[in-house]
Write a protein that binds this ligand. Structure first.
Ligand code: BTN
Length: 256
């Protein structure tokens, strides 16, 4: 259960547009889109204790049982002058910084996942809403597994998962994590087009400097050393022949 008064207190002073708190919802991304359609301002936050139809990337389901997770979506009105991948990175970086405030050492499994102990602890689902060529608004959805109940059974996973409390081996208050996450997110949201943002993102890339294998739906698998990011936020790999590859956000990366 979320206690709405406590949530509002925890978020006090942050530059949010509006805050909508649900005990149970289908998907916070859908709810945020509905609110944005109805005119919700920039930085409107939708938070749910439980999602019954949470959505992940590539049409997958996202599991959010009550009391176990952070499941939230933020409406962003397009004042963002950055390549599309940067919005997902905003979510991933904010999760990392929030976890670091609790003493964890997260990494970003490019493009959208946050890992603790090499297992997925959080996922990010940015969705752009267009009217013809015009970007009307973005919804940035973030799901963090806080307690082990949020971690789906292994057969439902395509990458091992973990909860924050398991990785840290201690209880973590959802409210404090929420405050840390929103603080980081809002502090970076209007600085996506800065070198500082890209450096902060790149510094947290999982397997940086190591051999990885990438599968991109647009081509054959590529193996190479993970070099970092280019200006577009694409992942750079160098294969054994010294050729450089740039991956689009459709790629999946795994260590070799
Ligand atoms: C992924 O890793 O596949 C992305 C998962 C994103 C899950 C979050 S939970 C809050 C928001 N609402 C949704 O339906 N999905 C996102």
């Amino acid at each position: 259960m979320w206690n709405a008064t406590e949530v509002r207190q925890a978020l006090a002073g942050l530059p949010l547009g509006a805050v909508h708190i649900f005990q149970r919802v289908g998907s916070t991304n859908d709810e945020a889109a509905r609110l944005a359609e109805a005119g919700a301002p920039h930085a409107t936050l939708v938070l749910a204790d439980e999602q019954t139809a949470g959505r992940g990337r590539a049409g997958r389901r996202w599991f959010t049982p009550p009391g176990s997770a952070l499941a939230l979506s933020l409406v962003l009105r397009p004042v963002i002058h950055a390549p599309p991948g940067y919005v997902a990175a905003l979510g991933a970086l904010a999760v990392c910084e929030a976890l670091e405030a609790f003493g964890a050492q997260p990494t970003i499994k490019w493009p959208n996942d946050v890992l603790l102990l090499e297992r997925k602890v959080a996922g990010v689902l940015p969705e752009a809403h267009w009217e013809g060529e015009r970007l009307r608004f973005l919804v940035l959805g973030i799901g963090v597994n806080v307690t082990p109940e949020a971690v789906p059974p292994p057969e439902a996973l395509d990458f091992p998962a973990i909860a924050v409390q398991e990785a840290l081996a201690r209880p973590v208050e959802r409210l404090s994590l929420l405050r840390a996450l929103m603080t980081s997110l809002l502090s970076w949201a209007d600085r996506l087009d800065t070198p500082t943002f890209r450096r902060a993102w790149e510094a947290r890339l999982a397997w940086h400097g190591r051999m990885v294998e990438a599968h991109d739906r647009h081509g054959p698998p590529v193996q190479g050393i993970l070099l970092g990011l280019d200006a577009e936020g694409h992942l750079r790999l160098r294969d054994v022949l010294g050729r450089e590859h740039r991956l689009t956000a459709y790629a999946h990366v795994r260590p070799r």
